[in-house]
Write a protein that binds this ligand. Structure first.
Ligand code: ATP
Length: 365
């Protein structure tokens, strides 16, 4: 039986359409060769350019396509010069996180032994950890409606039992999966500031309650400031980290830096019913339209999507294709032959994506 899978595609703003196009082609080719699944793609217009044209940033039809789809593939949205009347930027990707309750933001950080990184990695070590960023509350809770007077500004941090319990359950499940597939020792670290804020002591208490249900995994804690230090000094020691929204926002960019830049950092925002896969970078308007954007983070996000869909649908072929796609990108990057300008090379978007496609076929033969 062939499993039909519908993907809602938000190609977005700036470099968005340039990196979406080759990524969807790669996915279509994998799907054409697959015997147990078939992908279909639905275009979902949204974002700053769409708002400029129509006055709508996230049309009801696009939201409906997202809700209906099995997964959502999103490039980047927002343009600095297109804003709502109150001056805030157009960011339907953040609205989607709240509307679809995508509480678990996955930010994998991987650096293979032969890959370029600003760190000196000791012989025999590789970086391979996942940061799970809570993505619907925390310090983003009052986003857009904080109180500002002449003399004071206030924003509220919100940690709820409901979301935290879901987040920790998801995180420990992820650590089990990684351990099973040989990608981690089964260690979960709660990153907080429980020594200063009661909200984080509450967060930690719920983490400990979930940890107690998983005796085969190691659970520990780290303060966020120390975590930033260790991400530079010994990132190879981490396996799965889980943290609040704003801490996760900051640490995930540090993680992208370890990998050699935003152009290599994929992400997923996952809830109980929906999931969005998108690169960590923005719409990069400074290089849009030039054909030089790095498509690797977008392709790696598509690989995460296949892996997640494979798990959801109990389809090992989709999971294997996700794994092969990730490895193909990693091999292209590690070989250093076809790199985009942000990684120190000269290749354009199409050439870089074609190198991944060629690598996939090389592995097949
Ligand atoms: P946002 O706030 O929407 O995340 P941002 O302000 O952090 O966006 P980006 O759009 O991510 O900014 O761009 C930051 C810098 O990184 C820019 O100079 C941009 O050109 C570069 N950049 C981002 N993505 C890519 C990419 N895929 N390929 C090459 N350069 C990129």
């Amino acid at each position: 039986m062939v499993k039909k899978i519908e993907i809602a595609v938000f190609s977005g703003d700036g470099i968005g359409p340039e990196i979406t196009d080759p990524t969807v082609k790669i996915l279509q080719n994998l799907s054409d060769r697959a015997s147990s699944y078939a992908l279909t793609f639905t275009d979902a217009p949204a974002g700053a350019a769409h708002y400029q044209k129509t006055g709508e940033s996230l049309p009801a039809a696009s939201l409906e396509a997202a809700r209906r789809a099995d997964a959502i593939l999103l490039s980047a949205m927002g343009l600095p010069n297109v804003r709502y009347p109150d001056g805030t930027e157009i960011s339907p990707q953040i609205e989607l996180r709240k509307l679809l309750t995508l509480f678990a933001g996955l930010r994998p950080v991987t650096v293979r032994a032969d890959q370029k990184t600003p760190l000196n990695i000791p012989e025999g070590k590789e970086i391979d950890f996942v940061l799970v960023r809570e993505s619907t509350e925390g310090l983003f809770h009052t986003q857009g409606c904080g109180e500002v007077t002449d003399n004071e500004a206030r924003e509220t941090l919100l940690i709820t039992r409901d979301i935290s319990e879901k987040l920790f359950r998801f995180t420990f499940d992820l650590a089990h999966q990684r351990k099973k597939s040989g990608r981690g020792p089964g260690r979960v670290t709660c990153v907080d500031k429980a020594n200063v804020f009661r909200a984080f002591a509450f967060f930690r208490e719920m983490f400990n309650a979930e940890a107690a249900k998983h005796p085969s995994l190691t659970a520990d804690h780290a303060y966020v400031d120390a975590t930033a230090l260790w991400m530079v000094q010994k990132p190879w020691d981490f396996d799965v980290l889980v943290t609040e929204n704003m801490f996760g926002d900051i640490l995930s960019d540090l993680g992208a830096g370890l990998m050699g830049g935003l152009g290599l950092a994929p992400s997923a925002d996952i809830g109980l019913e929906h999931a969005v896969f998108q690169p960590c970078h923005g719409s990069a308007p400074d290089i849009a339209g030039q054909g030089i954007a790095n498509p690797f983070a977008m392709i790696l996000s598509a690989a995460m999507m296949l892996d997640w869909l494979g798990l959801q649908n109990n389809n090992s072929e989709m999971r294997a294709d996700g794994e092969r796609l990730r490895e193909a990108v990693e091999n292209v990057v590690a070989s250093g032959r076809v790199l985009t300008q942000d990684l120190g090379g000269t290749a354009g978007t199409q050439e870089a994506a074609a190198a991944v496609e060629a690598q996939l076929h090389r592995e097949e033969s």
